[in-house]
Write a protein that binds this ligand. Structure first.
Ligand code: GDP
Ligand code: IMO
Ligand code: MG
Length: 425
């Protein structure tokens, strides 16, 4: 049995898309299990760049079954755009399957996300993620299968829901609401176009696992954006952690053989919320410039800082990480000195475990160790031995601080710029 869960170990944008694409060459099936079009996964192949939001990063391999699981909230408009964009570039989507159980992101969810953001100030992507998951949990949401079956019961519930959402939009925010019939026509038309992709995806994934195929679960966002285990309330509304793969794909925990944590060689965050190692100086600027740290989905400048080993150890615990993929090591190439946070000072005491309260985290100051930089270009390295000694020492320090070994190291965005340690499949 070879099922690997790939998760972001920090606040998202760790390079999960690149690593998924790299591993997808060997995988038979790649499954997205949570999030929605808030995700932005970049894959670079030859001179082409693909930005994927809802479709798994395995789609560039025509033989790989790509699954959007029940845990993903589906914005049909964005999904159709993404399918069209890929098809126009000669990428087949015949290998794509979407769960009939996936909740649908409604236009009113996006509107409400945008309106609520004015006061909640989470810094969301305004893709309707929070409102859609809230309705799912509140049992007032709608699924892909509803839009296909179009039963009278669904239509009545949907009409009531549009009226309810209109009251929020019109009476609280004094903006224009939605017309029920127009919305129904629009959504059922989109569902019709997606019909050929819809399936009981849990069954497909189960069959793949039972047949001994290699299955990769591609997490979106990251551990610290998890609704339960992240820096609440500055989080997303799903479970990016490894446990989310079970509920979000409809598989049991006994199916999972390895958990790969994708960690950037430094730290970034988009949106609001505490970030202890954030840099506001020239080093931070340099990380942003060298790492091209601008959001794939919203274009916002990413906040940048040093690597935080407290976070990585927390990610090891919460996800049960068995392996690390360390990405963007090349971004550190020019630094004379590199820092790693190994603990937090809070009210005069040293914290070595990640605090549960975001306000406590905001009041923490990082305790650093310093390592000498290698100050040479590593973007052409293809083996671990080809990395300069000081770069290897940096990797080994991460392993020592977290107790987990690397399996992959990325030294550039392209497929070939990947150093393999242990084989995952
Ligand atoms: P994801 O959301 O985790 O998939 O990450 P994003 O795609 O949002 O952001 C990662 C960015 O870094 C993308 O533009 C990748 O092409 C790029 N990238 C990935 N790995 C590396 C690497 O090792 N070095 C460099 N320089 N860029 C990388
Ligand atoms: P990938 O998969 C980085 C952040 C938003 C905001 C918070 C809540 O590319 O790593 P949401 O729209 O989800 O309700 O926003 O979560 N966020 C991400 N940050 N990478 C992502 O995805 C993100 N998806 C959401 O910036 O702070
Ligand atoms: Mg991203």
């Amino acid at each position: 049995m070879s099922a690997v869960v790939l998760v972001g170990a920090q606040w998202g944008d760790e390079g999960k898309g690149k690593i998924t694409d790299f591993l997808a060459e060997q995988a038979n099936c790649v499954v997205r299990y949570q999030g929605g079009s808030n995700a932005g996964h970049t894959v670079e192949v030859a001179h082409e760049q693909f930005k994927l939001h809802l479709i798994p990063s395995g789609i560039l391999y025509p033989e790989t079954l790509c699954v959007v699981g029940n845990g993903v909230v589906v914005d049909m408009e964005k999904l159709l755009e993404e399918i069209k964009g890929l098809n126009e570039r000669g990428i087949s989507t015949d290998n794509l399957k979407i769960s009939l159980r996936a909740p649908v992101v409604m236009p009113y969810h996006k509107k409400i996300d945008e309106l609520e953001e004015r006061s909640s100030k989470i810094g969301t992507t305004k893709r309707g993620i929070g409102p859609t998951y809230a309705d799912k949990i509140n049992r007032i949401g709608f699924r892909m299968s509803d839009l296909v079956e179009l039963t009278d019961n669904f239509k009545a519930r949907f009409k009531a829901q549009v009226e309810y959402k209109n009251r929020i939009i019109e009476e609280i925010y004094h903006e224009k609401g939605f017309h029920y019939q127009d919305l129904l026509d629009q959504l059922s038309g989109q569902a019709e176009q997606l019909k050929k992709y819809l399936a009981d995806t849990s069954y497909l994934v189960y069959q793949a696992i039972q047949a001994g195929q290699k299955v990769l679960f591609e997490g979106a966002q990251g551990t610290l954006l998890d609704i339960d285990h992240g820096t609440y309330p500055y989080v997303t509304s799903s479970h990016p952690i490894a446990g989310g793969a079970c509920t979000g794909a409809g598989i049991g925990p006994t199916c999972i053989s390895r958990v790969l944590g994708v960690a950037k060689a430094y730290t970034t965050r988009v949106g609001e919320g505490p970030f202890p190692t954030e840099l506001f100086d020239a080093d931070g600027e340099l990380l942003r410039a060298r790492g091209a740290e601008f959001g794939t989905t919203t274009g916002r400048a990413r906040r940048c800082g040093w690597l935080d080993a407290v976070i990585l150890r927390y990610a090891v615990r919460i996800n049960g990480l068995t392996d690390f993929a360390i990405t963007k090591l090349d971004v550190l190439d020019t630094f004379e000195t590199i820092k790693i946070c190994v603990g937090y000072k809070y009210k005069g005491t040293l914290l070595t475990e990640f605090p549960e309260n975001a306000d406590v985290l905001a009041a923490c100051t990082p305790e650093y160790i310093e390592m000498p930089g290698w100050q040479q270009d590593i973007t052409g390295a293809t083996t671990y031995e080809e990395l300069p000694l000081k770069a290897r020492e940096y990797i080994e320090k991460i392993e020592e601080l977290t107790g987990v070994k690397y399996s992959l190291i990325a030294v550039g965005p392209k497929r070939a710029q990947t150093i393999i340690g242990n084989k995952l499949f």
